[in-house]
Design a protein around this ligand. Structure first.
Ligand SMILES: Cc1cc2nc3c(=O)[nH]c(=O)nc-3n(C[C@H](O)[C@H](O)[C@H](O)COP(=O)(O)OP(=O)(O)OC[C@H]3O[C@@H](n4cnc5c(N)ncnc54)[C@H](O)[C@@H]3O)c2cc1C
Length: 493
């Protein structure tokens, strides 16, 4: 082997770059291998809205990472504390208590120190005023444990991480997919990589896999999640085809977590079939459904649109849309909630139908008209009295219909009316590898495979059934930082 590195990191998304930066704190010699070309760099992380969930003790903690918040701005902000236990409880609640406690605790208890570490490494953050706060009597009230995003979303994150990687002199090879892990006497000793049309073996004291799960692999999706997943569109990168999982499995790693589950959402009917690197920033999602109704082509509702705040239901409703006729549905709103719809509903890429009456709207869309009108009439009859608060769980609900609408149940009766057709977009697969708290990859006997670490989507066992918004980036950063540190320490031992 002509080339040798202390640490090789496979992938160049958020988890991988955090791992590389962290490893470089102790090791001189770090190589990043990325399958995609440099103009498609950043993986799923590049496509994100940049929303990042972490535990914080009130506004002071937020101001440490967003020092630009002035005293004047701060005086207009109400920022309830969201401590690690709140985050842990949210994670456990939405995953039906299936999240592996030790990994879940690493994620939530290390979240704030990791955010500070990112900040110290040049990552900039902003408050999410538009979708995560509401204005009341001149003050902005933040809600839902998700007040912060990365400046300029995923695009900014990947630019800032790469800037730091460059500053630290870390080598990055693009168009260089890792193909195989090299081992000697059970220890990982390097990676086989395809570079410039050649297959080369690169030696390493340790390897960190951070190259995504298998969401971009239609065959694996259908195998593990069911045939219908062949009809979901891919919201992010085309390169996360499960290569790292297979390479690890081939040397005895244990698979872990919910391989039949994934994060998937309702996305615009005309969303590109695969993440388009010229249209990043998560512009196609459609997340204001708690304010309206979702109906399938048969004219029937099929979820409780108001079950919880959007942050806690959006990632599980994609799969419900996939179960509907022709794998699609319509989100329907009236003019009284239209002003509250998120910005993604009002951009030129949005697919929308509108009409002054529900009858006319039904004529414009492909739906069972009589059932559509009957469903909405029954819903309107079931709406209970109560005060409507668009940005907090208001308990304004329906009675006597199935499924119910548990919050934000306003009558849908004020034209003009709007229908947004949506399909299922898969974000990432929940299935991954078994790692311990040090991000060491475990074999089928539960023992660490020497020299092998994993981070990001490749970590199985944290997300099951559902997901608290903003946790993918946080998990990637927390386990990326841990993996980098563990790999570096291993090389120095
Ligand atoms: C549209 C969209 C919006 C999202 N919004 C948010 C959000 O606002 N907040 C949030 O927390 N999460 C969000 N997510 C989820 C988030 O993107 C992921 O949880 C997270 O980015 C995963 O990071 P990662 O580093 O593990 O994977 P990725 O960022 O996908 O990086 C994996 C990298 O590995 C590379 N790779 C794959 N195979 C190989 C190989 N064989 N050799 C070398 N390299 C390889 C890929 O090309 C890719 O660059 C969103 C996802 C999408 C798609």
């Amino acid at each position: 082997m002509s080339q040798f590195y202390d640490v090789i990191v496979v992938g160049a998304g958020n988890a991988a770059l955090c791992a590389a930066i962290s490893a470089r704190e102790k090791n001189e010699n770090v190589l990043v291998l990325e399958k995609g070309p440099s103009n498609k760099r950043g993986g799923n992380s590049y496509f994100t809205d940049g929303a990042i969930r972490f535990a914080y003790k009130g506004l002071d903690a937020i101001r440490r990472i967003i020092p630009s918040i002035s005293d004047d701005e701060a005086s207009k902000i109400v920022m309830p504390e969201y401590d690690a236990e709140d985050y842990y409880q949210d994670l456990m609640r939405v995953t039906n208590n299936k999240s592996e406690p030790s990994l879940a605790r690493q994620l939530v208890y290390k979240s704030y120190e990791t955010i500070e570490w990112m900040s110290n490494n040049g990552i900039k953050f902003d408050l999410i005023y538009d979708n995560q706060s509401f204005e009341k009597e001149g003050k902005f009230h933040f809600w839902g444990g998700l007040p912060v995003k990365i400046a300029n979303r995923g695009i900014g994150l990947i630019d800032m991480l790469n800037k730091r990687v460059e500053e630290q002199g870390i080598t990055v090879w693009y168009e260089s997919p890792a193909k195989k892990l090299l081992t000697e006497k059970g220890k990982v000793t390097g990676v086989v990589v395809e570079k410039d049309g050649e297959t080369v073996s690169i030696g390493a004291k340790s390897v960190i896999l951070a190259c995504g799960s298998f969401e971009a692999n239609t065959e694996l999706r259908m195998k593990h999640m069911g045939e219908e997943w062949g009809n979901a569109i891919l919201r992010g990168t085309e390169y996360n085809t499960g290569d790292g999982l297979q390479m690890a499995i081939d040397i005895g790693a244990n698979i872990y977590g919910q391989w039949s589950g994934c994060h998937s959402i309702g996305t615009d009917f005309n969303t590109p079939k695969v993440g388009d690197f010229t249209k990043p920033g998560d512009i196609f999602k459609k997340s204001s459904y708690p304010l309206g109704l979702i109906l399938n082509k048969d004219g029937k509702r099929f979820v409780d649109e108001g079950e919880d705040l959007r942050n806690y239901t959006y990632a599980k409703y994609g799969r419900e849309i996939l179960k509907q006729p022709d794998y699609m549905a319509y989100q329907v709103f009236d003019s009284q909630v239209y002003p509250y719809l998120r910005s993604e509903y009002k951009i030129e890429e949005t697919t929308v139908f509108s009409a002054p009456t529900l009858e006319e709207l039904a004529e414009k869309i492909d739906i069972n008209k009589s059932q559509f009108l009957e469903t909405i009439m029954n819903y309107n009859d079931a709406v209970q009295e109560g005060e409507f608060h668009p940005s907090e769980k208001d308990g304004k609900c329906t009675k006597g219909i199935e499924p119910p609408k548990s919050n934000w149940a306003l009558k849908l009766d004020q034209g003009p009316f709007y229908a947004f057709p949506v399909i299922c977009g898969i974000t990432f697969a929940f299935g991954g590898l078994h790692v311990n708290e040090k991000a060491q990859v475990l074999n089928v006997s539960g023992e660490p495979i020497e020299g092998l670490f994993a981070a990001g989507e490749m970590v199985g066992g944290i997300f099951y059934d559902n997901y608290p918004g903003g946790s993918g980036l946080m998990s990637g950063a927390v386990f990326g930082k841990i993996a980098g540190n563990s790999a570096a320490e291993y090389t120095l031992a």
